[in-house]
Design a binder for this molecule. Structure first.
Ligand code: PLP
Length: 400
């Protein structure tokens, strides 16, 4: 265990006051959930909104709904470099994963590869993903799809509040979801939001949401305790402590199709009160941090994924790609990664998950990203001094 100033890699802090508001929400019950749903529908200008226990649960419900609508279709295309929760949800829904390699310059699909995967008559859905909130090109996916029975599920788990070409992410696909987990744009400890304008999809999702169980009292108490721990220990002077508590599972990426699926609790909906102003405030801080990173990258001659005049430099972590794997290993060996909130992204490409049984590795770009991509923190706890330490560390690695 390492004790001392430790930056979290990402943070949308929960305050003790938020928790108090959450407890009042808990007492209001169902009406608190209805309020949050209707605020989300208004803000995103969508017809349907469903609130559940996580982004992964959201995706699972979407997939089940789509499979109800198109039972002869069962393949789901996802980027070979994405969150392990995505294949977990596909397996949980009983469907088949079809992987597409990613473009290392955009972190979006490699569109040449994608077009070769689209002819399958069993294709049910494609999941473009706004990784770190970098906007994925959903219009381009739409142009490639030939059958009206193939659905675009927008993975906006990391992109709540961000925009692409003046349109809010989460409103670009046929159906979309956000995560309210830790380390996302906004957090209620855990939680998931499904949005759609499609009557047919929403009717099926409603059916599945109706059969979910509610959080039980001890589970809500567990959530409240977790919220208190996170609110107290997210600050850099104390973050070393929760990092050392295994049950909080900080920074772990796991393939696990047995996650819980529940309707959102009124405590979580209460925690999310004032989410619009909170989201705005958090985004303002992040934008400012991102600007500093972009100019620093430019000074150091490093390439970042944020284009100089991008309409929405609004990321939850700042990705940079190092030259090769040995550089990342050098970074590790300096031993300062943890304290500076620098994180590798995912441990491997999706075909490297042993449970999925891929014997041949055929997604070289995704695999290379897993080895060379790291992220820098962009939240409000990062100081000028932290930024200089991080820059010095990266410059040192580049020299070696
Ligand atoms: C976090 C995340 C998910 C899953 O959301 P949870 O709320 O953690 O279940 C799905 N996709 C992406 C890209 C994510 O980052």
């Amino acid at each position: 265990m390492r004790i001392g100033r430790t930056l979290p890699p990402a943070a949308a802090p929960i305050s003790l006051r938020d928790i108090w508001v959450g407890i009042k929400g808990l007492l209001r019950g169902q009406s608190e959930i209805k309020r949050f749903e209707s605020e989300l529908r208004d803000y995103f200008k969508v017809d349907y909104c469903f609130l559940v226990s996580s982004g992964t649960a959201s995706l699972t419900l979407i997939l089940r709904a789509l499979h109800d609508l198109f039972p002869e279709r069962d393949e789901v295309i996802i980027p070979a470099f994405t969150c392990y929760s995505v294949p977990s949800a596909i397996v949980r829904a009983g469907l088949r994963i079809s992987l597409c390699d990613v473009d290392p310059d955009t972190l979006d699909f490699d569109f040449e590869r994608l077009s070769t995967l689209l002819s399958s008559t069993r294709l049910l859905a494609i999941i473009p993903t706004h990784l770190f909130a970098l906007p994925a090109d959903i219009e381009r996916v739409r142009q490639l799809i030939k059958s009206p029975e193939v659905t675009i599920i927008e993975d906006a788990a990391q992109a709540m509040g961000g925009k692409r070409n003046d349109r809010l992410m989460g409103t670009l696909g046929d159906v979309s979801f956000f995560s309210l987990g830790r380390g996302k744009a906004l957090s209620t400890v855990e939680g998931g939001i499904v949005l759609s304008n499609r009557d047919d999809i929403a009717a099926k999702i409603r059916h599945h949401v109706g059969s979910l169980s509610a959080y039980r009292l001890h589970e809500v108490i567990h959530l409240i305790l977790k919220a208190v721990l996170l609110s107290v220990f997210v600050r850099p002077s104390l973050f070393w402590f929760p990092k050392s508590l295994p049950f909080l599972k900080l920074g772990e990426t796991l393939f696990n199709p047995t996650f819980k699926m529940k309707g959102m609790s009124s405590f979580q909906a209460g925690l999310a009160r004032e989410w619009k102003s909170k989201l705005d405030a958090l985004r303002t801080i992040r934008r400012w941090q991102i600007k500093s990173w972009v100019s620093m990258m430019k000074r150091m001659g490093l390439i970042s994924y944020v284009r100089e005049n991008a309409s929405s430099p609004d990321l939850i972590r700042f990705p940079i790609k190092l030259r090769d794997r040995s550089q990342v290993q050098k970074l590790y060996s300096e031993g300062k990664l943890e304290s500076l909130g620098i994180m590798p992204v995912y441990p491997d490409s999706i075909d490297g998950i042993p449970e999925l049984g891929h014997r041949i590795r055929s997604f070289p770009q995704a695999r290379n990203l897993a080895e060379t991509l790291i992220t820098l923190p962009v939240h409000g706890f990062v100081t000028e001094r932290d930024r200089q330490s991080i820059a010095a560390l990266i410059a040192h690695i580049e020299e070696k």
